[in-house]
Ligand binder design. Sequence first.
Ligand code: AMP
Length: 358
Amino acid sequence: MKIGVIGGGQLGRMLALAGTPLGMQFVFLDPASDACAAALGSHICADYNDYDHLQQLAQQVDLVTFEFENVPADTVAFLSQLVPVYPGAEALRIARDRLLEKTLFRQLGIPVAPFADIHSQADLEEAAKTLGLPAVLKTRTLGYDGKGQRVLRQPEDLQGAFAALGSVPCILETFVPFSGEVSLVAVRGRDGETRAYPLVHNTHTDGILRLSIASSDHPLQAQAEDYVNRVLEHLDYVGVLAFEFFEIDGGLKANEIAPRVHNSGHWTIEGAECSQFENHLRAITGLPLGDTRKVGESAMINFIGEVPDASAVLAEQSCHLHHYNKAFKAGRKVGHATLRCDSMDQLQQTLQRMQQIV
Ligand code: AMP
């Protein structure tokens, strides 16, 4: 089975690392000549709207998937005419646009912070009066890792805020004074079967995920699974989807969905019976889904900007190093480590020692 992947970053690389033992082969389409997934398959170096190369990709593969959702809608439509595409065009259309995404949550009865559609500075000032401050202004599309957003705390912060984000369509949402952030990674097969991993506690700094810790018997697990199932069913989704939530007042408020394998699910490579990467591939190729149960207690630490010395990381016996072989650059995700321990105490102690290295 040959899988085409739109995007050739670390997510594509880890998909190929999971699919190769299943006999799968990979072709990545990515405009970057140094795409780090290219080492694990063949690489079509082209823009996401280069139709000649998209056609070439479709001719070489049995189906296409995505490691990156910010792909033009026309690209997805074009590919869908030539080859099966999972997840489908509608899921990508919604997940790529914060306004459509939050509107869908509301329609499906999933709690979400109040928000408004913003097309101008005047819209922003009007919405700030209705929603109040603090609030967060976010571009509707192309935002990631905290990029394309600004927290507005006082009336003066409104000045020039719309222009500062590029005068593109935005949403304004109220600031959620959350007690924590959690995500649920779930998978839905072609036959509609769904499975979810345990909820993960996430810590972000400057909008970038730094640390994920897989939970045990989280009291909001069933609630989160109910919300994610509503989305999966509505979109007739196939593949892995991640749902990020704010924890507040003992409940959940939806933040966003990612229609792909997700950074907060990397721990599943060593920490679950079947990883999110293998499960995504199983789902899109119509294979039986794998067991999402945890094996021990796991945490994932992201390496941002650079990967620490391998011998220091691997001196920790419970540590598994993932080096993406990407050029080091401030603010860039270049690797991660998964710690897998027998108990939560041991995991916390290992995490403390790891803080000295990172
Ligand atoms: P996002 O790109 O929407 O996931 O935002 C990145 C991070 O910014 C989130 O993980 C939160 O830590 C923070 N953030 C985003 N939206 C809000 C909000 N409405 N209230 C409080 N914090 C937020």
